[in-house]
Design a binder for this molecule. Structure first.
Ligand code: HEM
Length: 336
């Protein structure tokens, strides 16, 4: 396995920079909202059902014994708020995310801020859009005018992937496939994850007019029509650096080199979810790939950057939510 592309101190400096610019952006677009993936289409309750009869070598960590765990599942769009107080329309091209928080999980955890949860976070595209965290940091500064033309040219590949990532038309977030993009431990081995709908739909030709059609589609499907949805929870194993690189996050792990294996089912029963109390819970929850058992620890530079980042931004978000109630602040002009 190759070594990370930049030294640890350089990486720490890059991560500090991402945290600082993300916090700055969060203060502008909505301190009590997530800086990105801020628009939620629904926080749903569900079940995480470990596959029965797994072979011995797959009985690892969360997948050790066949059982059904309760779970919270959040569907989101990847972008930041358009401006303070306004989300982008769902018809705006964007990446779509799923975040799963499995609960009542026993075992030693990597972080101690949540005792019995195991989170999985995925997006609707097989690869990340930068090969490592250094390119991610520079890409997010592309519009600042600070990057040299040579550096912008080097990042051309990332712009091209980003175009592809956001161009996928999604009609119903329950009927598509998601990927972890970054690798994780599976005991002694390394995997990437995927969550694939058991009722996949073809990408729609045209999208509904409504700015919030993704949430409205979930309400229609789960609440009004009383239907349920299920996903296969899949893993694919690291083979070697050439076929399944750890540190090059834009090279897809091809199924022909490393087939997906089903280890669980994610079930989303029909339910009512579009109400204020649920939205308030949604606002406060933190989904982080570092909310994990030791056996499923995140791997690689991109995942490393998410360790402090997600926690610090959520800490700031929660402080803002608490503060606005504890010590009400004067009205802040929201551009209408
Ligand atoms: C350097 C890389 C990355 C950065 C800087 C980053 C940044 C963030 C931030 C700031 C949040 C909001 C956290 C919060 O306030 O709760 C977030 C959430 C999220 N990120 Fe990332 N992320 C990165 C990589 C990834 C990758 C590789 C994925 C792949 C699946 C991903 C998927 C998501 C999803 C789905 C959410 C929403 C979680 C929720 O619903 O609460 N991110 N990310």
């Amino acid at each position: 396995m190759t070594n990370p592309t930049s030294s640890t101190t350089e990486q720490e400096a890059i991560i500090d920079g991402i945290i600082a610019s993300s916090l700055q952006a969060q203060q502008k677009t909505g301190p009590d909202l997530r800086q990105i993936h801020s628009k939620s289409h629904g926080l749903l309750w569900g079940e995480f059902i470990i596959e029965p009869n797994l072979p011995e070598n797959l009985k690892v960590g969360l997948f050790k014994t066949p059982q059904t765990y309760p779970a919270w599942i959040r569907f989101s769009s990847g972008g930041s708020p358009e401006k303070r107080g306004k989300f982008h329309s769902d018809s705006q091209p964007d990446v779509r995310g799923i975040a799963i928080k499995v609960m009542n999980v026993e075992g030693q955890k990597v972080l101690d801020d949540e005792e019995k949860t195991q989170d999985f976070i995925l997006n609707n595209y097989p690869t990340f859009f930068t090969k490592d965290v250094r390119d991610y940091a520079d890409l997010s500064q592309a519009g600042s005018g600070q990057l040299s033309p040579e550096r912008l040219e080097e990042l051309g590949y990332a712009f091209a992937i980003l175009q592809k990532v956001v161009s996928h038309k999604v009609g119903n977030p329950l009927l598509i496939q998601y990927w972890s993009m970054a690798p994780f431990k599976f005991g002694e081995r390394i995997v990437k994850l995927s969550v694939k709908s058991q009722q996949p739909e073809q990408p729609p030709e045209t999208l509904p007019e409504s700015e919030n059609y993704l949430r409205e589609t979930l309400v229609k499907y789960l609440t009004e029509e009383g239907r349920e949805a299920s996903f296969d929870f899949l893993i694919q194993f690291y083979v070697d650096d050439e076929k399944t690189p750890i540190e090059d996050h834009v090279q897809e792990w091809q199924e022909v080199d490393s087939p997906f294996i089903k280890v669980a089912t994610v079930r989303v029963p029909s339910q009512k979810f579009d109400f204020e109390e649920r939205k308030r819970l949604d606002e406060g929850l933190l989904f982080s790939p570092w909310h994990t058992l030791l056996e499923h620890e995140p791997v690689g530079s991109v995942n490393l950057s998410r360790k402090r980042l997600y926690s610090e931004l959520a800490k700031y978000r929660r402080e803002q939510i608490a503060q606005r109630l504890q010590e009400p602040q004067p009205y802040v002009a929201v551009e209408d």
